[in-house]
Design a protein around this ligand. Sequence first.
Ligand code: CP
Ligand code: NVA
Length: 316
Amino acid sequence: MRTLSVSNPVSLARRSVLTLADLSRAEIRGTLDLAKELKRDYAPFAHALQQRAIVLLFEKPSLRTRVSLEVGIAKLGGTCVYLDHQASPIGQRETIADYGRNLERWADALIGRVLQHATLTELHRWTKVPIVNALCEAHHPCQILADALTLEEHGLDLSSMRLAWLGDGNNVCHSLMQLTAIFGGQMVVVTPDDCRPASAWMTRTSELALATGARIEYTNDISRIAGADAVYTDAWISMGQSDSASKRAAMLPYQVNEAAMQLAGKDALFMHCLPAPRGEEVLDAVMDSPASVAFDQAENRMHAQNALLLQLLGVR
Ligand code: CP
Ligand code: NVA
């Protein structure tokens, strides 16, 4: 059994990434720099994961995460096995501990998209190979590594940028809060009062921000997005959440439409992790506008995840 070690000064090898805060600022910096190197040219890395196998365990649907991992691992010469757990959640046929202790005999890393964060912590507890969170109800660190890369590619400095989150204070929001706190940037999280981020993750973000001077504000006042470098939104109803007419009605004033982007300012980027049910949290006029970097974010999933994997597997 093992515990999570945050910011091992020597290397990322054999570590797990269950939340973004399992990585230090220097480690994220290293991952982003390696991702940029990969994006320029995969040729020097074509055999980097030869003889390595990575297992994907998915309890929820996916387009971007699955394809970017499968294609990305192939580009590095590795083998990828996809286990579809949408019909039978992990832990149903045998304990999570036994499941992980089998998989680690063949696989060099396990990447899980799970219904409950606790499934990942249990896998981490019982296995020696790295566990990577590919989305749970509370976090989406792989997404945010790609987003950090995208923000830098568009000229923003993670330590001084001002981000605006609009909509539901969900898993993607929690990981973005951690990125901002780790790098010392600014973020305004604008949500209906009932849809604020989970208090545990607001507390953790405050702890991280203490060390860096990051400023994170939680409000229901949409006018606070003025002057944002980027406006980020996500589905009003995430996978696994219960849908309700009352939640949708509460969210409507926080829709990212042309008026919201004007409020943010003429140079603000628009960000979305996708998939986007168009006409809900974002309108076509914004999603398909020059301000939108949503498809850059999707592309960067592969480069950021590949960089992380190379480090966790001790190749770099
Ligand atoms: N953004 C993201 O994680 O997309 P998928 O759900 O399609 O993997
Ligand atoms: N918040 C969304 C993200 C999807 C990539 C969800 O969890 O469904």
